[in-house]
Design a binder for this molecule. Structure first.
Ligand code: MF3
Ligand code: CO
Ligand code: CO
Length: 268
């Protein structure tokens, strides 16, 4: 597979899909409370995507090679779960931190975004992990412009995360995105400045760092999807879909409910 570059029509399609993904997270936000099950969130998400947005839940039956088809419309990864948690009938409880990762397909274009949610109230350490992972994502996003290197993004995220005493998961990365859910290139969340491929205008990529409070090592659970930290330490993730422009970037997965952009980010 190769990198795809979006023309004006593709960019317009990606803007719509990105906005819908973010609006889906906005819609789910008030439901993320103690007592709700992740299966209930999954059903709410799929109904909103299909009925209100006229879109498709990309994760449902998604079957990359080596995987059984993903059985749900969203991913919900709780506490020491790193990513790809499968919704189930267990209620969320006060103090949990949960990543909700949504991807919608609208007119053939994919929008992919995730946020962390705090269920009720949680510990200082858990709040700090969620906030610093959000900042780490933005430390990567601001490196995006035509001519920048993929290694610049990874380095910015890794340097910030490790400087805060957090570890960066290596086994999963951001990705190109467009008419396909996962396209080239891989967008690593660690690396060296000036290395790997250079970005070009018209590329659309995701930046989705997974940061652990403990060691970076992860393992897959027996369901074939859920990834957890080996040391059972807390893990957090945020994700945006981003368009590369000549002078910088455009974050496509923003909406009224997006959390505030960190102060160090210069207005586009
Ligand atoms: N949304 C995830 C990502 O950010 C991918 C989930 S694949 C699924 O790339 F099958 F688990 F949904
Ligand atoms: Co993604
Ligand atoms: Co995602």
């Amino acid at each position: 597979m190769t990198i795809t570059y979006k023309d004006a029509e593709g960019i317009a399609g990606m803007r719509v899909a990105g906005r819908l993904a973010s609006e889906l997270l906005d819609y789910l936000t008030p439901f993320v409370q103690p007592g709700i099950t992740t299966n209930e969130l999954d059903r709410l998400a799929d109904a909103y995507t299909t009925t209100v947005q006229g879109a498709i839940s990309a994760p449902l039956n998604y079957a990359p090679s080596g995987h059984n088809p993903y059985p749900k419309a969203i991913c919900t990864s709780i506490n020491h779960q790193v990513c790809h948690g499968i919704p189930n009938d267990k209620p969320l409880k006060r103090g949990d931190i949960v990543n909700v990762d949504v991807t919608v397909i609208k007119d053939g274009w994919h929008g992919d975004s995730s946020r962390m949610f705090i269920v009720g109230e949680t510990s200082v350490a858990a709040r700090r992990l969620c906030a610093l992972t959000h900042e780490a994502m933005w430390r990567g996003i601001v490196k995006v412009r035509a001519g920048a290197f993929l290694g610049d993004i990874g380095h910015a995220i890794q340097q910030f995360a490790e400087g805060q005493g957090l570890s960066v998961v290596r086994e999963f990365c951001g990705h190109g995105i467009g008419r396909k859910f996962h396209e080239e290139p891989q967008v690593l969340h660690y690396g060296r400045p000036g290395t790997l491929d250079q970005l070009k205008a018209g590329m659309t990529i995701t930046i989705e760092p997974m940061l652990n409070a403990g060691r970076r090592d992860v393992k897959e659970m027996g369901d074939g999807w859920t990834i957890v930290t080996k040391d059972r330490s807390l893990s957090a993730q945020w994700e945006h879909t981003v368009l590369v422009t000549e002078t910088g970037y455009e974050v496509l997965t923003l909406s009224t409910g997006s959390p505030p952009i960190p102060a160090f980010v210069k207005p586009a």
